[in-house]
Design a protein around this ligand. Structure first.
Ligand SMILES: [Ca+2]
Length: 86
């Protein structure tokens, strides 16, 4: 009787822990998307839209795997964008 109760409690604790881990992981992913989401579907950014080269580079790196240089920030194709900034 006691053994069955303990096993039941352990299972309940594991389920709750798993649920909390799932919530923590899915919440973290949402936060990252909100902080680092750029439009990669069309040419909507120019170097003049950024104040630093790092900002432009972040957009380029974000879009590069799927959309290449959609915003045409890297005219000479060396992977470093908006060399005129900074
Ligand atoms: Ca370049």
């Amino acid at each position: 009787m006691n053994r069955a109760l303990i096993i039941t409690l352990v299972i309940i604790i594991l389920v709750i822990a798993g649920f909390l881990i799932f919530l923590a992981l899915s919440g973290g992913e949402k936060g990252d998307e909100l902080n680092n989401t750029y439009d990669c579907s069309a040419d909507v950014y120019n170097c003049a839209d950024f104040t630093t080269q790092a900002e432009a580079q972040a957009v380029f790196d974000y879009c590069n795997p799927t959309a290449r240089d959609i915003h045409r920030l890297d005219n000479d194709g060396d992977g470093v964008v908006c060399e005129s900034l900074d």
